[in-house]
Design a protein around this ligand. Structure first.
Ligand code: 3PG
Length: 306
């Protein structure tokens, strides 16, 4: 079987070597397409691929149409909003993710972002400290839980909400459950967003929630740009000169927002939450192992298009 690693934002060389090793030891052929500039390159490369490892690379119906031999796509990471699941199912292609494998990297970035904003984006102006502040975790999955643990260790108090996790479980994990999003936003100095982009969540964080935040609060987004209602965010920042926004996924109109709001807003130049040597290795090797298992035993653990 031919296993293609297609990554616009490549893994580290060591992770690629590890993936290659797993694929070849399992008796398969390894191929890589890195830093491609256009979807047409991916469409050409999948023509003879049996398996595909991707990151945020878009696997559209067009890509799937161009891959007649494709049996499995593994998104080396958590979010799979970049894969057309319906089209994959129609093509009888199994789609998996590698949950938890890059979570620590993203959680560390979320904490770093809080400190960066507290310290005026590392300018000499008098800043503030995260000690004693309260962070609200919106979605208490692999990343959210880690952010909670790290925040607690740094002397913050932690509140959390998750539509799929009962309040008792949130309490057991050491966080205070919020009864509603309104409660989370109105009582936390930081809200750290960890929801996936789904039809239900897209555009769901906007003016009403953001303006509920207390004085000087900061919204931290290491999830997806799409979950923010950007017009609502802009209006909130306009009306409340004390609010701040930091994100690993730049808003569409970032340059204009930066111009308007200066160091109350910051976006990384390219999504970097999962871009550590450790996360590349963990997620990349997990993806390769999942593909090797799938071909050897038919194992579909972590399938997301059942
Ligand atoms: C994820 O969903 O796993 C993260 O957003 C990381 O995405 P990346 O692999 O494109 O960096």
């Amino acid at each position: 079987m031919k296993v293609l690693v297609a990554t616009q934002k490549p893994f580290s060389a060591a992770a690629v070597a590890g993936i290659k090793d797993i694929v070849e030891k399992a008796g398969h052929e390894f191929a890589a397409l890195e830093k491609y500039a256009d979807a047409s390159e991916l469409i050409a490369a999948v023509a003879d691929a049996d398996a595909l490892i991707i990151r945020s690379d878009k696997v559209t119906a067009q890509v799937l149409d161009a891959a007649p031999k494709l049996k499995i796509v593994v998104r080396a990471g958590a979010g799979y909003d970049n894969v057309d699941l319906e089209a994959a199912t129609a093509h009888k292609v199994v789609v998996m993710n590698t949950p938890g494998q890059n979570s620590n990297a993203v959680a560390e970035l979320a904490i770093a972002m809080m400190i960066y904003m507290c310290r005026g984006q590392f300018t000499p102006a008098t800043g503030s400290e995260i000690l004693g502040k309260k962070v609200g975790i919106q979605a208490f999955g692999n990343v959210g839980r880690l952010v909670g643990k790290k925040a607690e260790a740094l002397g913050m108090s932690v509140m959390a909400i998750d539509p799929f996790i009962p309040a008792e479980k949130i309490s057991e994990a050491g966080a205070t459950p919020a009864a509603s999003l309104e409660e989370l936003y109105s009582s936390c100095n930081f809200v750290s967003v960890h929801i996936p982009a789904t039809p239900q969540t897209v555009g769901s964080i906007g003016y009403d929630l953001i303006t509920k935040m207390p004085k000087g609060a900061c919204l931290v987004n290491t999830a997806r740009k799409e979950v923010i209602d950007e017009a609502g965010l802009e209006k909130a920042l306009e009306e409340r000169a004390d609010l701040k926004y930091i994100t690993d996924v730049a808003p569409d109109n970032y340059e204009a927002l930066k111009e308007k709001f200066g160091n109350r807003i910051f976006a990384t130049p390219k999504k970097m939450g999962a871009q550590t040597a450790e996360a590349n290795m963990n997620a990349g090797l997990a993806a390769a192992n999942q593909i090797a298992d799938f071909f050897a035993t038919g194992c579909t653990r972590f399938q997301v298009n059942k």
